[in-house]
Design a protein around this ligand. Structure first.
Ligand SMILES: NC(=O)c1ccc[n+]([C@@H]2O[C@H](COP(=O)([O-])OP(=O)(O)OC[C@H]3O[C@@H](n4cnc5c(N)ncnc54)[C@H](OP(=O)(O)O)[C@@H]3O)[C@@H](O)[C@H]2O)c1
Length: 334
């Protein structure tokens, strides 16, 4: 069904990245609303996540970034024009490996996204929650598949467990019947997880290898899901059981960790990488539908640390890199 693009203004407010680098130049400007075309959905964006990817891009850490660019690779809103969804449908959308990276994304009142990267989203989620849903939970879902799935009762060690991806991993592992063991760096973060009934290792007081050994009768975990990397990596590797698998998803703490090859070889362990941006559009479409269903059933809900307005984006990024956030940071777009 083709919807007519009516009541759409010529211009919209957008956060435009003018220059990337250590001191990026970004400002709010009036720019043309994208024109709908077949195969795409025009969305009135309500919320978009302020995440590590967009921060890396604006800081010039993502190869060639064409500017001016509207960033924002993850968000939610309502359908304006689409062949696939009726106008007014609440949707979550991700940018795949282009939108918000090399083509205009969701830090704007309107965004034009391929139909396959859009999915209807549960009314259980507030706009702020829906705005941090797509990338985080799709990454979690894909990383678990990359490891071959999880089984009921399986212990799964998860780092950065109050971060956007980490918290999605904790919730998705639980939703699939396995047992997350969360790793966080502060008592405040540990408290939030323990209050939700999650077994938690607090790096400010605990040693990861010892704690994992204690929790697993000295066997280690068969799976580690790691969005953090950095100096903790060797401890994560040592926490694996024989023939265990570590899936590396991100590197907020550093991308050149030490790998103990003797432990890797003698323990017959596997270290895998995972990137959601390399998934096909058809996989993304199916994956988005699967996680949207889990959200509809009340099993997945992004934890939101704080919201900012689009104009206050710097406040959002400052919070993101502070390492104090408990949950995702979302820009609300009225
Ligand atoms: N592979 C993929 O497909 C994919 C998809 C999305 C995101 N990612 C990547 O996954 C990583 C995590 O993303 P996210 O959205 O979960 O980020 P986030 O919300 O900022 O969480 C990152 C976590 O990393 C930990 N951390 C350790 N050192 C840090 C530092 N110096 N600064 C900030 N945080 C630090 C923090 O937990 P503690 O303080 O508790 O240690 C924090 O909660 C990023 O590298 C991102 O680019 C990958």
């Amino acid at each position: 069904m083709t919807q007519v693009q009516e009541n759409v203004p010529e211009l919209m407010r957008a956060l435009v990245t003018r220059e990337v680098g250590s001191e990026p130049i970004m400002d709010i400007a009036d720019v043309p609303v994208p024109k709908w075309r077949p195969g795409y959905s025009l969305i009135r964006v309500k919320a978009a996540s302020i995440n590590q990817l967009s921060n890396t891009i604006r800081k010039g850490g993502f190869g060639h970034t064409p500017v001016p660019l509207i960033q924002g690779n993850d968000g939610a809103g309502t359908i304006v024009t689409s062949e696939r969804y009726p106008a007014g449908t609440r949707v979550s959308a991700i940018g795949g490996n282009t939108f918000g990276i090399t083509e205009d994304g969701m830090f704007a009142e309107y965004a034009l996204i391929p139909d396959g990267l859009v999915t209807p989203i549960s009314a259980n989620l507030k706009w702020s929650e829906a705005g941090a849903f797509g990338i985080n939970f799709l990454t979690a879902y894909g990383a678990i598949q990359r490891a071959g799935g999880v089984s009921a009762g399986q212990n799964v060690l998860i780092t950065g467990a109050t971060g956007g991806v980490g918290n999605a991993l904790v919730q998705t592992v639980s939703a699939l019947g396995a047992k997350p063991i969360a790793v966080v760096s502060t008592e405040k973060k540990a408290e939030y997880l323990r209050d939700s009934g999650i077994i938690t290792i607090d790096l400010s007081t605990d040693n990861v290898v010892e704690k994992v050994s204690e929790l697993t009768d000295s066997l280690g975990v068969t799976l580690v899901l790691d969005p953090v990397g950095g100096p903790l990596f060797p401890e994560l590797q040592r926490s694996l059981s024989r023939q265990g698998t570590l899936v590396s998803i991100g590197f907020t703490a550093g991308n050149t960790p030490q790998v103990d090859l003797l432990d890797l070889i003698a323990g017959d362990k596997r270290i895998l990488g995972y990137s959601v941006n390399d998934e096909s559009e058809s996989w993304v479409s199916e994956g988005l539908a699967a996680i949207a269903d889990l959200a509809e059933r009340g099993l997945l809900k992004p934890r939101i640390d704080s919201t900012v307005t689009l104009a206050n984006f710097e406040e959002g990024y400052a919070r993101l890199i502070s390492r104090r956030a408990v949950g995702s940071i979302v820009a609300m777009i009225d």
